[in-house]
Write a protein that binds this ligand. Structure first.
Ligand SMILES: [Zn+2]
Length: 254
Protein backbone atom coordinates (compact mmCIF):
# COMPACT_ATOMS: atom_id res chain seq x y z
CA UNK A 1 0.00 0.00 0.00
CA UNK A 2 1.45 3.43 -0.84
CA UNK A 3 2.14 5.53 2.28
CA UNK A 4 -0.57 8.02 1.33
CA UNK A 5 -3.28 5.34 1.68
CA UNK A 6 -1.90 4.18 5.02
CA UNK A 7 -1.97 7.76 6.30
CA UNK A 8 -5.53 8.22 5.08
CA UNK A 9 -6.68 5.03 6.84
CA UNK A 10 -4.94 6.07 10.07
CA UNK A 11 -6.69 9.41 9.93
CA UNK A 12 -10.05 7.70 9.32
CA UNK A 13 -9.54 5.41 12.34
CA UNK A 14 -8.62 8.36 14.54
CA UNK A 15 -11.68 10.29 13.34
CA UNK A 16 -13.94 7.28 14.03
CA UNK A 17 -12.54 7.00 17.55
CA UNK A 18 -13.45 10.62 18.37
CA UNK A 19 -16.96 10.10 19.85
CA UNK A 20 -15.62 7.24 22.01
CA UNK A 21 -12.88 9.50 23.34
CA UNK A 22 -15.56 12.07 24.14
CA UNK A 23 -17.55 9.42 26.04
CA UNK A 24 -14.49 8.44 28.07
CA UNK A 25 -13.79 12.10 28.92
CA UNK A 26 -17.40 12.70 29.99
CA UNK A 27 -17.42 9.53 32.10
CA UNK A 28 -14.11 10.44 33.76
CA UNK A 29 -15.45 13.90 34.64
CA UNK A 30 -18.70 12.46 36.04
CA UNK A 31 -16.89 9.80 38.08
CA UNK A 32 -14.39 12.28 39.54
CA UNK A 33 -17.23 14.68 40.39
CA UNK A 34 -19.04 11.99 42.39
CA UNK A 35 -15.91 10.63 44.04
CA UNK A 36 -15.96 7.29 42.22
CA UNK A 37 -12.73 5.82 40.79
CA UNK A 38 -12.19 7.09 37.27
CA UNK A 39 -10.53 4.04 35.77
CA UNK A 40 -12.27 1.82 33.24
CA UNK A 41 -14.79 -0.20 35.23
CA UNK A 42 -17.97 -1.87 33.94
CA UNK A 43 -20.35 1.02 33.43
CA UNK A 44 -23.52 1.08 35.43
CA UNK A 45 -26.24 3.62 36.11
CA UNK A 46 -24.99 5.87 38.93
CA UNK A 47 -28.45 5.92 40.53
CA UNK A 48 -29.77 2.34 40.40
CA UNK A 49 -26.63 0.35 39.55
CA UNK A 50 -28.21 -1.23 36.45
CA UNK A 51 -25.60 -2.48 34.00
CA UNK A 52 -25.69 -0.58 30.71
CA UNK A 53 -26.70 -2.40 27.51
CA UNK A 54 -24.56 -2.47 24.40
CA UNK A 55 -26.53 0.29 22.65
CA UNK A 56 -26.10 2.51 25.68
CA UNK A 57 -22.36 2.64 25.02
CA UNK A 58 -22.83 4.24 21.59
CA UNK A 59 -21.99 7.93 22.04
CA UNK A 60 -24.69 10.56 21.43
CA UNK A 61 -27.05 7.88 20.01
CA UNK A 62 -27.47 6.29 23.45
CA UNK A 63 -28.46 9.59 25.04
CA UNK A 64 -31.00 10.24 22.26
CA UNK A 65 -32.39 6.68 22.36
CA UNK A 66 -32.85 6.87 26.14
CA UNK A 67 -34.18 10.45 25.88
CA UNK A 68 -31.66 11.50 28.52
CA UNK A 69 -32.94 9.08 31.19
CA UNK A 70 -31.85 5.73 32.63
CA UNK A 71 -34.19 3.03 31.30
CA UNK A 72 -34.12 1.27 34.65
CA UNK A 73 -34.95 4.04 37.10
CA UNK A 74 -35.64 7.15 35.03
CA UNK A 75 -32.64 8.99 36.53
CA UNK A 76 -31.72 11.95 34.34
CA UNK A 77 -28.44 11.45 32.46
CA UNK A 78 -26.46 14.65 32.23
CA UNK A 79 -26.59 16.41 28.84
CA UNK A 80 -22.84 16.91 29.42
CA UNK A 81 -22.40 13.45 27.86
CA UNK A 82 -23.65 14.22 24.34
CA UNK A 83 -22.15 17.73 24.50
CA UNK A 84 -18.65 16.42 25.31
CA UNK A 85 -18.99 13.60 22.77
CA UNK A 86 -19.93 16.06 20.04
CA UNK A 87 -17.09 18.37 21.12
CA UNK A 88 -14.63 15.49 20.63
CA UNK A 89 -15.99 14.96 17.10
CA UNK A 90 -15.76 18.72 16.48
CA UNK A 91 -12.12 18.72 17.60
CA UNK A 92 -11.34 15.92 15.11
CA UNK A 93 -13.13 17.80 12.31
CA UNK A 94 -11.28 21.03 13.13
CA UNK A 95 -7.97 19.15 13.30
CA UNK A 96 -8.71 17.57 9.89
CA UNK A 97 -9.29 21.00 8.35
CA UNK A 98 -6.46 22.82 10.13
CA UNK A 99 -3.51 20.44 10.10
CA UNK A 100 -1.81 18.37 7.40
CA UNK A 101 -0.89 14.66 7.25
CA UNK A 102 0.31 13.00 10.44
CA UNK A 103 -0.03 16.26 12.36
CA UNK A 104 -3.78 15.51 12.30
CA UNK A 105 -3.28 12.67 14.79
CA UNK A 106 -1.11 14.80 17.10
CA UNK A 107 -3.66 17.62 16.93
CA UNK A 108 -6.50 15.24 17.87
CA UNK A 109 -4.50 13.97 20.85
CA UNK A 110 -3.82 17.57 21.94
CA UNK A 111 -7.47 18.60 21.54
CA UNK A 112 -8.91 15.55 23.27
CA UNK A 113 -6.59 15.80 26.27
CA UNK A 114 -7.53 19.48 26.58
CA UNK A 115 -11.22 18.49 26.34
CA UNK A 116 -10.88 15.86 29.08
CA UNK A 117 -9.02 18.29 31.35
CA UNK A 118 -11.63 21.01 30.70
CA UNK A 119 -14.58 18.69 31.39
CA UNK A 120 -13.01 17.53 34.66
CA UNK A 121 -11.99 21.05 35.76
CA UNK A 122 -15.46 22.38 34.97
CA UNK A 123 -17.15 19.81 37.21
CA UNK A 124 -14.58 19.35 39.98
CA UNK A 125 -12.26 22.43 39.93
CA UNK A 126 -9.38 20.00 39.61
CA UNK A 127 -6.88 19.22 36.85
CA UNK A 128 -5.53 15.69 37.47
CA UNK A 129 -1.71 15.55 37.45
CA UNK A 130 -1.77 12.38 35.37
CA UNK A 131 -3.60 14.16 32.51
CA UNK A 132 -1.38 17.25 32.71
CA UNK A 133 1.69 14.98 32.61
CA UNK A 134 0.29 13.05 29.63
CA UNK A 135 -0.30 16.35 27.81
CA UNK A 136 3.28 17.43 28.53
CA UNK A 137 4.81 14.13 27.38
CA UNK A 138 2.69 14.05 24.19
CA UNK A 139 3.74 17.63 23.40
CA UNK A 140 7.43 16.77 23.74
CA UNK A 141 6.93 13.56 21.69
CA UNK A 142 5.23 15.59 18.95
CA UNK A 143 8.17 18.01 18.95
CA UNK A 144 10.61 15.10 18.76
CA UNK A 145 8.72 13.59 15.80
CA UNK A 146 7.93 16.72 13.78
CA UNK A 147 10.58 19.34 14.64
CA UNK A 148 13.38 17.81 16.74
CA UNK A 149 15.61 20.85 16.16
CA UNK A 150 13.14 22.93 18.20
CA UNK A 151 13.12 20.66 21.27
CA UNK A 152 14.90 23.22 23.47
CA UNK A 153 12.37 25.84 22.45
CA UNK A 154 9.46 23.55 23.39
CA UNK A 155 11.05 22.86 26.79
CA UNK A 156 11.41 26.61 27.27
CA UNK A 157 7.69 26.95 26.44
CA UNK A 158 6.82 24.43 29.15
CA UNK A 159 9.05 26.20 31.69
CA UNK A 160 7.67 29.64 30.81
CA UNK A 161 4.05 28.46 31.00
CA UNK A 162 4.49 26.75 34.36
CA UNK A 163 6.76 29.40 35.87
CA UNK A 164 4.70 32.31 34.56
CA UNK A 165 1.43 31.23 36.15
CA UNK A 166 3.23 30.09 39.30
CA UNK A 167 4.54 33.65 39.66
CA UNK A 168 0.99 34.99 39.19
CA UNK A 169 -0.29 32.53 41.83
CA UNK A 170 2.32 33.65 44.40
CA UNK A 171 1.90 37.35 43.61
CA UNK A 172 -1.87 37.10 44.01
CA UNK A 173 -1.54 35.28 47.33
CA UNK A 174 0.97 37.86 48.56
CA UNK A 175 -1.19 40.84 47.58
CA UNK A 176 -4.69 39.54 48.37
CA UNK A 177 -3.78 37.09 51.18
CA UNK A 178 -5.87 34.32 49.61
CA UNK A 179 -5.65 31.80 46.76
CA UNK A 180 -6.64 33.06 43.33
CA UNK A 181 -5.17 30.44 41.04
CA UNK A 182 -4.80 26.70 41.42
CA UNK A 183 -1.48 24.92 41.01
CA UNK A 184 -3.16 22.71 38.37
CA UNK A 185 -3.55 25.77 36.12
CA UNK A 186 0.23 26.37 36.17
CA UNK A 187 0.88 22.71 35.36
CA UNK A 188 -1.66 22.85 32.53
CA UNK A 189 -0.09 25.97 30.98
CA UNK A 190 3.32 24.29 31.32
CA UNK A 191 2.06 21.24 29.41
CA UNK A 192 0.41 23.47 26.77
CA UNK A 193 3.74 25.36 26.49
CA UNK A 194 5.43 22.13 25.37
CA UNK A 195 3.09 22.22 22.35
CA UNK A 196 2.93 25.92 21.49
CA UNK A 197 6.43 27.02 22.56
CA UNK A 198 7.38 30.21 24.45
CA UNK A 199 6.02 32.50 21.72
CA UNK A 200 2.54 30.98 22.10
CA UNK A 201 2.22 31.50 25.87
CA UNK A 202 1.22 35.18 25.82
CA UNK A 203 -1.50 34.80 23.12
CA UNK A 204 -2.77 31.65 24.88
CA UNK A 205 -3.12 33.45 28.23
CA UNK A 206 -4.64 36.49 26.53
CA UNK A 207 -7.32 34.40 24.80
CA UNK A 208 -7.91 32.35 27.96
CA UNK A 209 -8.23 35.37 30.27
CA UNK A 210 -10.47 37.24 27.81
CA UNK A 211 -12.75 34.22 27.41
CA UNK A 212 -12.87 33.74 31.21
CA UNK A 213 -13.83 37.40 31.78
CA UNK A 214 -16.51 37.15 29.08
CA UNK A 215 -17.82 33.97 30.70
CA UNK A 216 -18.03 35.65 34.13
CA UNK A 217 -19.82 38.69 32.70
CA UNK A 218 -22.35 36.58 30.79
CA UNK A 219 -23.01 34.14 33.64
CA UNK A 220 -23.54 36.90 36.21
CA UNK A 221 -25.94 38.56 33.77
CA UNK A 222 -27.87 35.32 33.21
CA UNK A 223 -28.03 34.46 36.91
CA UNK A 224 -28.73 38.11 37.77
CA UNK A 225 -26.05 38.06 40.45
CA UNK A 226 -23.75 40.95 41.29
CA UNK A 227 -20.16 40.63 40.10
CA UNK A 228 -17.96 39.89 43.11
CA UNK A 229 -14.22 39.37 43.46
CA UNK A 230 -14.53 35.98 45.13
CA UNK A 231 -16.57 34.28 42.40
CA UNK A 232 -14.78 31.00 41.65
CA UNK A 233 -14.54 29.77 38.08
CA UNK A 234 -12.34 27.00 36.69
CA UNK A 235 -9.57 28.62 34.61
CA UNK A 236 -8.47 25.36 32.95
CA UNK A 237 -11.11 25.25 30.19
CA UNK A 238 -10.24 28.81 29.14
CA UNK A 239 -6.49 28.16 29.10
CA UNK A 240 -7.23 25.02 27.09
CA UNK A 241 -9.27 27.03 24.56
CA UNK A 242 -6.41 29.54 24.24
CA UNK A 243 -3.83 26.78 23.75
CA UNK A 244 -6.01 25.07 21.15
CA UNK A 245 -6.52 28.27 19.14
CA UNK A 246 -2.79 29.10 19.17
CA UNK A 247 -2.01 25.53 18.08
CA UNK A 248 -4.45 25.27 15.16
CA UNK A 249 -3.77 28.78 13.89
CA UNK A 250 0.01 28.69 14.09
CA UNK A 251 2.13 26.19 15.98
CA UNK A 252 0.88 23.13 14.05
CA UNK A 253 1.67 24.64 10.65
CA UNK A 254 5.27 23.41 10.45
ZN1 LIG B 1 -30.77 3.84 36.70
Amino acid sequence: MPPGDGLFLLNVYVALASPLVGSAAAAAAARLATGRPWGLSPSTCAACGRRLGLLEFVPVVSWLVQRGKCRGCGWAISPAYPVIELAAVGIAAWAWLATPDYMFVATCVFGWLLLALSAIDFRTFRLPDVLNATLLVCGLLTAQLFYPDRMLEQLAGAALGFGGLLAVEFTYRFLRKRDGLGRGDSKLLGAIGAWIGPAGIAPCVFVGASAAILFVLISTRIRKRPLTGDMAIPFGPFLAAGGWLVWVTGSAQV
